[in-house]
Ligand binder design. Structure first.
Ligand code: GDP
Ligand code: IMO
Ligand code: MG
Length: 449
């Protein structure tokens, strides 16, 4: 009996997809609980390279059932495109998908609004993925959202009209193109309802039943703690609850049922989009920032935008660790640091001659802070594809230990390359407890057929 959560502890793109795929043989179900197709989760093994946006990364494994929770915002056409794309690659979704009737629908009007607002913000733009995520959550909180269950209801036209009344004047004010008329959206919504019907269900009831049957469930977070609507670098955040707490409200799971939380951290930091990033390396074409971007292939999985790169921020990661009650860490992209002479870690911030250990709530204040760094020696040795701790040079092992202490949680997995096979699976008792008798299956999965 095990229900476990995987969440990102930075600004997203930590490698959650890779870790979820690796762990998936230990679980019968993988569920998403927040976000939408703003997420881009990469799964690689052998020659295969898959990108998931709405579907949980567990979809790659035919034995796994996949759930889209009520806390998500879903664009039905994006879901269809993703499913068809996977099926073309030989991955059948079929009867393994379960979609919450309570999840909210992203309408074309939300995309228009996301775009128009970002344009209007100019330099202060959030740098959203322009997928309509924020406006869809806003309609949800404003109690005029359209849910999956509404797509075939008699009230749908009224709901669409109510949204139109809210959104059209703002679009006009922003000088954007007028939104489609509610009557023009109706037919598409009806088709989507019909197409989604076989998968639509009450996810909370389903998960409760599965839990009772002893099924093991993995919750796959999207984005990361520093993009959380409450705890992230507001307003430069996404519009959902990205910490472990999001599972309770986003999938209807009582918090007490959760057995463990694994936090994914990259060995350095990246951020895509605007907002404060104290450890950012803005050091030009020959700088370390550009080196990390190139070596780490740091381009948005969803938008293709270059990611901003910087040193590991242990102050922020510690905050993320406490927010989600992280039991274990998965450390990814260690190999990207292989060529550096020295590696820095931010261990505090300096503000007006004073050192602080906490993340200020105001984004403007965070942007003004100076990071206080600890400098560690690099290893200048190829670690790509390392399979055991002993394969890592001493300086790389010291870096891992330093991060464990700085963040305050033990590392149980070290990713040494993008592929599933390129992972160090540590013999950690807590990891063994969480994976139970399927620990060996995870190891075999890593080692491949
Ligand atoms: P997610 O959104 O958290 O699932 O992460 P993304 O898939 O958006 O970004 C992570 C990127 O890093 C992907 O391109 C992965 O293939 C790649 N990646 C994951 N782990 C490693 C690693 O340990 N080393 C290297 N070099 N690349 C990795
Ligand atoms: P995964 O799951 C990285 C960022 C956007 C923007 C902000 C708000 O792949 O880690 P939104 O479209 O959500 O309103 O944009 O959040 N963002 C992500 N950054 N990884 C993600 O997902 C992200 N999803 C959203 O770049 O800064
Ligand atoms: Mg991503």
């Amino acid at each position: 009996m095990s229900q476990m959560i995987v969440v990102g502890l930075q600004w997203g793109d930590e490698g959650k997809g890779k870790i979820v795929d690796l762990l998936s043989p230990a679980f019968d179900v993988v569920a998403r609980f927040q976000g939408g197709h703003n997420a881009g989760h990469t799964v690689r093994f052998g020659e295969r390279h898959l990108t998931l946006h709405l579907l949980p990364s567990g979809i790659v494994r035919p034995q796994v059932s996949c759930v889209l929770g009520n806390g998500m915002v879903i664009a039905p056409d994006a879901l269809r495109e993703e499913i068809e794309g996977l099926e073309r690659q030989g991955i059948e979704v079929g009867e393994r998908l379960f979609v919450s009737a309570r999840a909210h629908v992203i309408l074309p009007t939300h995309v228009l609004l996301d775009r128009a607002r970002e344009e209007a913000r100019g330099e202060a733009r959030i740098g959203t993925t322009l997928r309509g995520i924020g406006p869809a959550y806003e309609m949800k909180a404003g109690r005029c959202g359209v849910r999956i269950a509404d797509l075939d209801s008699d009230d749908l036209i009224e709901l669409l009209r109510a949204q139109h009344q809210r959104i059209a004047p703002e679009l006009a004010n922003l000088g954007a193109e007028p939104p489609p008329k509610p009557s023009a959206l109706l037919a598409a919504c009806r088709q989507q309802a019909e197409w989604l019907a076989p998968w639509t269900c009450d996810v909370a009831v389903l998960l409760d039943r599965w839990q009772g049957e002893g099924k093991r469930i993995l919750f796959e977070g999207a984005q990361g703690a520093l993009l959380d609507l409450d705890f992230g670098t507001y307003p430069y955040v996404t519009s959902s609850a990205t910490t472990a707490g999001g599972v309770a409200v986003g999938a209807g799971v009582p918090p007490r049922r959760i057995d463990g939380v694994l936090g994914v951290v990259k060995a350095y930091a990246t951020r895509v989009g605007g907002g404060p990033f104290p450890t950012e390396l803005d050091d030009g074409d020959d700088g370390i920032g550009e080196h990390l971007r190139r070596r780490g292939n740091e381009r948005g999985t969803t938008t293709g935008r270059p990611r901003r790169c910087g040193w590991f921020d242990a102050v922020a990661a510690r905050y993320a660790r406490l927010l989600s009650g992280v039991d274990l860490l998965a450390l990814t992209k260690l190999d990207v640091l292989d060529e550096l002479d020295e590696i820095r870690v931010c261990v505090a911030y300096r503000a007006g001659g004073r050192e602080i250990q906490e993340l200020p709530a105001a984004a403007a204040e965070l942007a003004r802070l100076e990071p206080v760094y600890e400098t560690l020696p690099g290893w200048r040795q190829d670690t790509r594809g390392a399979l055991q701790l002993a394969d890592l040079p001493a300086a790389a092992r010291s870096y891992v230990v330093f991060l464990e202490q700085a963040v305050g949680a033990p590392v149980a997995l070290i990713s040494s390359g993008p592929r599933r096979e390129e992972t160090i699976l540590l013999d950690h008792p807590e990891l063994k407890r969480l994976l139970g008798d399927r620990y060996a299956a995870v190891r075999a999965h890593r080692d491949g057929p």
